[in-house]
Design a protein around this ligand. Structure first.
Ligand SMILES: C[S@@+](CC[C@H](N)C(=O)[O-])C[C@H]1O[C@@H](n2cnc3c(N)ncnc32)[C@H](O)[C@@H]1O
Length: 217
């Protein structure tokens, strides 16, 4: 594959735009649903929780979140205007019932008051954070005391086998992510490493190693 093609894939994953962005979001939803479900399940969502997700893509998984408990509120934050619109369209029923709320932000400053959320999670976005330590502090700020944050990402050992990750991506091993977290006020509750089978871009099944780190304020 040409360098330009690889670069284009990387920038669509980082910031989906245009026609191709919608296709990419559908593909991400299918490929990453197991990681997303895993992240959500590790949050131990309970009745009445207010939940924040950073970088939800098309948020085709929002219905799964609402299955976790009664009377939830889900807030989605994206940097991509296209993903914000797609997510709002796909989840229009939840939006009109004032159960789901979507907005766009700059990727650095979370536009909510301190202690707004019981649970926060993000899947496959860590690679693109511009200021990781600052964003973690922002997540800490908007989390309620004793609230949980679940960080889910694919391991560097797997990601570096994908040729497009040489562009736009900052790759993380579990150790590197834990080092970053240790610079913050978060308590590390536990870390889980899993391997799953996913379809590669050429169609064959490959093993993807991914990690979920559960944190507490
Ligand atoms: C690789 S996609 C992952 C989408 C979905 N979470 C998944 O796993 O299928 C990354 C998404 O995160 C968004 N994104 C990138 N940097 C972000 C940041 N700092 N905060 C929130 N979203 C971000 C992108 O716009 C994109 O929609």
């Amino acid at each position: 594959m040409e360098k330009e093609e690889l670069q284009a894939i990387a920038s669509q994953l980082k910031h989906p735009t245009g026609e191709k962005g919608i296709e990419m979001a559908n593909m991400m939803h299918e490929t990453n649903i197991n990681m997303t479900r895993h992240s959500v399940q590790n949050l131990n969502i309970s009745v009445g929780n207010t939940i924040l997700e950073l970088g939800h893509g098309n948020a085709g998984h929002a219905a799964f979140i609402f299955e976790q408990a009664e009377n939830l509120k889900y807030y989605g934050l994206e940097m991509s205007e296209l993903m914000f619109r797609e997510a709002r369209q796909i989840n229009r029923n939840f939006v009109s019932q004032k159960q789901a709320f979507f907005s766009v932000y700059d990727g650095n400053t979370i536009p909510f008051e301190a202690a707004s959320f019981d649970k926060i999670f993000t899947v496959n976005t860590l690679y693109f954070w511009q200021k990781p330590e600052e964003l973690l502090s922002e997540i800490y700020r908007v989390l309620k005391p004793c609230g949980n944050f679940c960080l889910t990402f694919a391991e560097e050992s797997f990601m570096k086998t994908l040729p497009f990750t040489q562009f736009e991506f900052e790759l993380y091993s579990t150790e590197k992510a834990l080092k970053l977290i240790e610079k913050t006020a978060f308590k590390i509750v536990y870390t889980e490493n899993q391997t799953e089978k996913v379809k590669s871009r050429t169609g064959e099944l490959v093993d993807r190693a991914f990690t979920t780190i559960v944190l507490e304020k």
